[in-house]
Design a protein around this ligand. Structure first.
Ligand SMILES: *Cc1c(COP(=O)(O)O)cnc(C)c1O
Length: 341
């Protein structure tokens, strides 16, 4: 039964699974020294049209934590949105792996930082008693299902670079962001000033794994050792990397993410005619955030629907995935309509 609690409730995309099975062909060199890992890395360099350095890790928390740690000394600070996954959902992982770099939360409408809110943190203090801001991290798509446009990223990145900060992007839903905007992946990253991208694989349909993409190769110095020490170096690396090949082939990743986005649009459109339901944020990727009366939420749960309500009073989150069936969206809407009548 399909649910809307998280896009990672979904299974493995057929393209990823086929590539995984194809990689299960006898012996191959371990620890990333295999042909699949090489081919995927080359393919990703084509996708981004950049000579980037690429590493594969098991999950998003590890990708973000290790990438941020590689940008910071322990006395540095990382500016993030107050609702950023690194701040709210990684159990102190970035601080732990950086030996203490402090996250510095900032505000911003719809889950997005702005040059103004970033500058406010950069200029808040300059004395030796406060962590020195060193990185800005942006989430794309954001935790609230909204998107940064290339010019918005560029404005923040320019400010960051002028002030000696690096730019990290948490792209757990990068595929949804690219599919929704219909532009080149490079335009949402290095061309706009992103130095390091954590490119989410799991939520777009891989069995497991994320890619850490360094557009500035100098920042990846010793990153392999950082991964190994953190328990993030897969010995049978080909099973982390090969599924990417299947997703990148023929742009399956964009088609699948585009489908998830379309299902979110379908849900949002249906919600418009349901009394008592109102969208909390613009629906721009694969997430729909809506206020629902408590009785309606309880009613949905009693009917077996699963969804998160962690974003404040009355707010419910519905995530669509690569395999979300339109009939399930319509069934959810029908139950909502009946409960709200
Ligand atoms: C899911 C998610 C991650 C990764 O989470 P893991 O559970 O560690 O894989 C990172 N950032 C955002 C915004 C996410 O939604």
């Amino acid at each position: 039964m399909q649910h809307f609690a998280s896009d990672n409730y979904a299974g493995i995309c057929p393209e990823a699974l086929d590539a995984l099975l194809a990689a299960n062909a006898g012996h191959a060199p371990a620890y990333g020294d295999d042909e699949w890992t090489r081919r995927v890395s080359d393919r990703l360099r084509e996708v981004f049209a950049a000579d980037c350095d690429i590493y594969f890790v098991f999950n998003g928390t590890a990708a973000n934590s290790l990438a941020l740690a590689s940008l910071c000394q322990s006395y540095h600070g990382v500016i993030c949105h107050e609702l950023a996954h690194v701040e709210t959902d990684e159990c102190g992982g970035p601080e732990f792996f950086s030996n203490g770099s402090k996250l510095l939360p900032a505000k911003g409408e719809n889950g997005k930082l702005t040059p103004q809110t970033v500058l406010e943190v950069i200029t808040r203090r300059s004395d030796i008693h406060y962590p020195k801001p060193r990185v800005v991290t942006l989430t794309q798509a954001t935790e609230l299902g909204t998107l940064y446009r290339p010019d918005e990223i560029a404005a923040i990145a320019e400010l960051a670079h002028q002030n000696g900060l690096r730019v990290h992007m948490d792209g757990a839903r990068f595929a949804n962001a690219v599919a929704a905007q219909g532009i080149a992946p490079g335009d949402l990253t290095w061309r706009a000033g992103v130095d390091v991208l954590c490119f989410g694989g799991t939520k777009m349909g891989l069995p497991v794994g994320e890619a850490v993409v360094f557009f500035d190769r100098s920042l990846a110095q010793d990153f392999a050792w950082r991964c190994k020490q953190a328990g993030q170096l897969a010995s049978k690396m080909r099973f982390l990397s090969a599924p990417w090949l299947g997703m990148l082939e023929g742009d399956a990743w964009l088609h699948r993410a585009g489908h998830a986005n379309a299902m979110a649009q379908r849900l949002a459109a249906g919600l418009a005619s349901i009394p008592g339901a109102s969208l909390l944020f613009p629906v721009e990727a694969n997430g729909v955030f809506v206020t629902l009366p408590a009785a309606v939420q309880e009613g949905l749960r009693a009917l077996g629907w699963r969804f998160y309500t962690f974003i404040g009073a009355g707010g419910a989150r519905f995530m669509c995935a690569w395999d979300t069936h339109p009939d399930r969206v319509d069934a959810l809407l029908a139950d909502l309509r009946a409960l709200s009548a």
